[in-house]
Design a protein around this ligand. Sequence first.
Ligand code: PLP
Length: 401
Amino acid sequence: MASSLLPTYARFNLAFERGEGAWLYATNGEKYLDFGAGIAVVSVGHSHPHLVKALTEQGEKLWHVSNLFEIPQAERLGARLAAESFADLVFFTNSGTEAMEGAIKTARRHQFVSGHPERYRIISFLGAFHGRTLAAVAAGGNPKYLEGFGPPHEGFDPVPFGDLAAVKAAITSQTAAILIEPIQGEGGVRVATPEFLEALRALCDGHGLLLILDEVQSGMGRTGKLFAYEHSRAAPDIMTLAKGIGGGFPLGAFLTTRKVGECMTPGTHGTTYGGNPLATAVGNAVLDLILADGFLTHVTKMGAALSHGLRELQKRYPDVVEDVRGMGLMSGIKVAGPVIEFVNATLAEKLITIPASDNVVRLLPPLTVTEVEIALALTRLNAVAETLSVARAKAARRGAA
Ligand code: PLP
């Protein structure tokens, strides 16, 4: 039967009925090792008892009241995120793209109230992905996501990722901010060096611009620090979060300093659902786990084990794996053949991986993944690389014959 869902996704012919930790149980009776985590969302594993308890307890008491009232759960989560970051103020959303929208509006409005209404343009980076609202697709600058939707939203100047000279050349009297993912996720796990982020920070300081970091994918512990920017000395003025912050419950946020955020006075921005009691109760439960002693050390350790294994894989199968990238448990392998061929082959091995641009396959397991599960994923990846390598050698022989 034809699906009633808008055909915006080419879905795998696979559905799941249950999840536990890093494991997903499919309706076909098979068990899959989940190194996709719903695209870096299921940060503390499927059905973590601490999250289930927070969700059900809050669900029995109160789900939603609107932002016309005080929401103690949101106040608490906001205060905790501010205490752990550069920020003083937090605005909760339901998704990453809404967090981006709020971040862009805040940057522009800050310049406006600071006496620079002409500063509204934002320098962004090619290969970026910031979501699917009209502003977010314009910021990303990917023609594939812009085609057919009318004139792109005005005011974004994408430049090549990592190219400081191009950033400098793009700054004009109309520039309000620089927007970057510390690690491009959809773009192919491309890591901005600490030096590059620090140079952007210095440029912002020198020109009165704001630095906006999109940590929707890289934040909430994924790289072994709570936020990826902590690997550098470049703190942002505005930062977006989503994905891992809710562990699977739709939740996002943008964070900023008091100096920047005080321009967002009553009436300037809003959301019906954002930061409701149910979402922020779950968000607090996620943060309980991520901030617990040893959690981030565990991420760093598991990340090191995974990247070591992936480098071995690359050494063994250079005809299949061209490059290994990433930080912590945000890793990617650049593959030689089509990405979808590799992802399909991992699925056949009961391992879930996520395709990205630049011919990269992402490995984004829950941050609670164990050493045994990392080893198992590596075994399955080796089997995939072996199969593809043999197939490739056969095809080459056929071609030569
Ligand atoms: N920013 C980054 C870095 C992302 O990876 C994504 C989603 O993949 C988004 C923004 C958009 O988030 P959402 O899909 O929750 O709107």
